[in-house]
Design a protein around this ligand. Structure first.
Ligand SMILES: Cc1ncc(COP(=O)(O)O)c(C=O)c1O
Length: 349
């Protein structure tokens, strides 16, 4: 068999990865040897269901996603599909963060999963409080002082809904030696620029995306990692082969080939979010509603217990985020009917 040149991995990869070879199916793919009959897969050729494994490197779908991203400097080698952004985060931590010494820096508040997984993997966690009345100011000096192995920023942020500007993120990429992971799960709902536009300039920048939110495909389980090709190569050693299943590939391809209706829905959601925000600002049980670049709004309640219970009694469940921000809930932007029911219940408080 033709030898496979090992894929160049990123200098920040965990030590153990440097000892590994590629797993079988990837070795076959990257060796590029020609063959007509593949007797290596141990599958059942008589099955009427889905007997074959999925395409391991779906270049056509990667290109479709890149067409959407719109940075012409990025190539399919800069893209990895994952089982949702949750899996993407797990791969990044397992690929690059060396327990127990590596420090993962996150903001406070932010998406709970970063601390959850970093704790599970016995990593050190440093939290940098977000400043400003809308939690939208980043303490760059503090991040530089910590100089973490990895800084993870949710942008726009869950649960606050607010967003840090591109120039601030560029400064961090330029001044810390570690990786800068930007979780853009909600970028489709933002009016601000994505870091995808500067990705080609920084080999320490990683973007985590999902098709669960704006693309409306939470049930398909598909996430995307964008980064330097050595970042993607590194993650190929970590990822379970064939995790991008045939049904998911089909749904994702179909969706990316016809993005116009979904793009229209993002505009609708943004408009309805802004209307809902204005209404929430004038409700008496609401202490503060936060301006949002996402499809949810964080709200601080004057009397958390009373209002949360009132909503539940009206059959309305909102996400509690009081462990991150005192007296706060996170409300998804939904349909007019749902907003009407929510506002009516809140007005009774
Ligand atoms: C900020 C953020 N990142 C990642 C995820 C995970 O998304 P997925 O459904 O792609 O696993 C979520 C889900 O709520 C999220 O809010």
């Amino acid at each position: 068999m033709a030898t496979v040149t090992p894929l160049a991995i990123h200098p920040h990869a965990r030590h153990s990865l440097k000892k590994l070879g590629l797993q079988g199916p990837l070795k076959k793919h990257f060796s590029r040897v020609p063959f007509n009959i593949d007797l290596s897969k141990n599958i059942n050729p008589h099955s009427p269901y889905l007997p074959d494994y999925p395409i391991i490197d779906p270049i056509e779908i990667k290109q479709l996603y890149l067409d959407y991203v719109g940075n012409s400097q990025l190539k399919p080698d800069n893209v990895l599909f994952t089982v949702g952004a949750a899996d993407g985060l797990d791969l990044i931590l397992r690929g690059f963060a060396q327990p127990p010494s590596d420090v993962i820096c996150i903001t406070d508040p932010t998406y709970f999963a970063y601390e959850h997984w970093a704790t599970l993997y016995d990593l050190q966690i440093e939290k940098v409080p977000l400043k400003g009345e809308n939690y939208d100011v980043l303490d760059i000096e503090e991040i530089q002082r910590i100089n973490p192995k990895m800084f993870i920023l949710c942008n726009p942020n869950n649960p606050t809904g607010t967003q840090i500007h591109l120039e601030t993120i560029e400064k961090i990429c330029q001044t810390i030696s570690g990786l800068v992971v930007i979780d853009e799960a909600y970028i489709e709902f933002s009016n601000q620029e994505s870091v995808a536009n500067i990705l080609h300039k920084y080999e320490n920048l990683i973007i985590l995306r999902t098709l669960s939110k704006g693309w409306g495909m939470a049930g398909a389980r598909c996430g995307v990692i964008l980064g330097d090709d050595r970042i993607i190569n590194t993650l190929l050693y970590v990822q379970t082969p064939f995790s991008f299943s045939i049904p998911t590939q089909e749904w994702v391809q179909k969706c990316l080939e016809n993005p116009a209706p979904l793009k229209e829905s993002w505009n609708l959601i943004k408009k309805e979010r802004d209307q809902l925000y204005n209404k929430l600002c004038s409700i008496s049980c609401v202490e503060k509603a936060f301006p949002s670049q996402t499809n949810f709004i964080m709200v601080i309640l004057k009397d958390y217990e009373k209002t949360f219970t009132r909503l539940l009694n009206n059959g309305i469940y909102v996400a509690s985020c009081r462990s991150a921000v005192p007296k706060a809930v996170r409300i998804s932007v939904s349909t007019n009917d749902h907003h009407h029911a929510l506002l009516e219940a809140l007005n009774q408080c």
